[in-house]
Design a protein around this ligand. Structure first.
Ligand code: PBG
Ligand code: ZN
Length: 327
């Protein structure tokens, strides 16, 4: 047994050698920190199921982002949470004059300019009284009637100065509708990151608590993808590419790494993964009980995203990882 020529263990002997030959590497520039923005001032309220994440009014958000930038986090993804009274069947508060996300965008771009990439979620579910991502007609989601509302919301974000708008609704044709609305209004340079491959997932539970956006009736299975489907992901992403998506996304991340690898293979566009709320909360809950090593677990997950082919990682763990120098 001394004639083994190939001994993979040779390259595992020391951490210096392991680091030298590591295939998947993480880079601090690939992370995006999500934020939940609420109306008002002086508000910073913890979200129970998501330790370390808060609902913040614009003034407090600006302070948080300033501190994050000091740590090195240069990209944010904004979600707006309107007052309950502002919700309507067509979600019009998503693009009204006093909408909270455009205010947050202007404040952030005004303060940080090109040093910060501002991305915004574009979806109606936080703004509709029924909680669906599209308009409801006769108990069904009216795909095509939803498109102009999404386009208006994206345009409101672009006008406020968003660098990237990110539609998460999963209506057919929304990338094309948004691209056209942006171009017609002089925002040809505003990029679109499409939630191209978004599955109907139980992993969004904590987010829906945080965003008060759970559907009052039914679920999202008539528009978000079926977890049993893999080939369909390539179809979805292909449509978005044809309609003008600049960045593609797979969401959730952990349970869909086969899909991440497929999209990486099939398209040259930058690929983001969304390490969603349930994935974050599961790690937090287990770590709080001392059942897992939080840092090691998170890095293992992130390396898996990179191995599968992700370029951009959207994660609620970004701030802690940067603050505690995990990378
Ligand atoms: C809105 C939206 C959701 C998430 C991002 N945008 C929730 C949903 O589709 O129900 C989930 C994010 C997360 O769980 O972290 N459409
Ligand atoms: Zn939605």
């Amino acid at each position: 047994m001394h004639d083994l020529t190939s001994r993979p263990r040779r390259l595992r002997t020391t951490s210096a050698i392991r680091d030298l030959v590591a295939e998947a590497r993480l880079d601090r520039r690939m992370f995006v920190q999500p934020h939940f923005v609420v109306p008002g001032a002086g508000i910073s309220e913890p979200i129970e199921a998501m330790p370390g994440i808060e609902h913040q009014s614009v003034d407090r958000l600006v302070e948080t982002v300033a501190a994050d930038l000091e740590l090195g986090i240069r990209a944010v993804l904004l979600f707006g949470i309107p007052e309950e009274e502002a919700k309507a069947s067509d979600g019009r508060a998503a693009y009204s004059g006093d909408a909270v996300v455009p205010a947050a965008i202007s404040a952030l771009k005004g303060r940080f300019g090109e040093g910060l990439a501002v991305m915004t979620d574009v979806c109606l579910c936080a703004y509709t009284d029924h909680g669906h991502c599209g308009l409801v007609r006769n108990g069904r989601i009216d795909n095509d009637a939803t498109l102009p509302h999404l386009a208006r919301m994206a345009l409101a974000h672009a006008r406020a100065g968003a660098d990237v708008v990110a539609p998460s609704d999963m209506m057919d044709g929304r990338i094309g509708a948004i691209r056209e609305a942006l171009d017609d209004d002089g925002f040809a340079e505003t990029a679109i990151m499409s939630y191209s491959v978004k599955y109907a997932s139980a992993y969004y539970g904590p987010f829906r608590e945080a965003a008060h956006s759970a559907p009052a009736q039914g679920d999202r299975r008539s528009y978000q993808m079926d977890a049993r489907n893999r080939r369909e992901a390539v179809l979805e992403a292909g449509l978005d590419v044809d309609e003008g998506a600049d960045i593609l996304m797979v969401k959730p991340a952990l349970a869909y790494l086969d899909v991440v690898a497929d999209i990486r293979e099939s398209f040259p566009q930058p690929l983001a993964v969304y390490n969603v709320s349930g994935e974050f909360s599961m790690v937090k809950a287990a770590a709080a009980r001392g059942w897992v090593d939080e840092r090691a677990l998170v890095l293992e997950n992130w390396h898996a995203f990179r191995r599968a082919g992700a370029d951009i990682i959207i994660t609620y763990h970004a701030r802690q990882a940067f603050a505690e120098d995990w990378l």
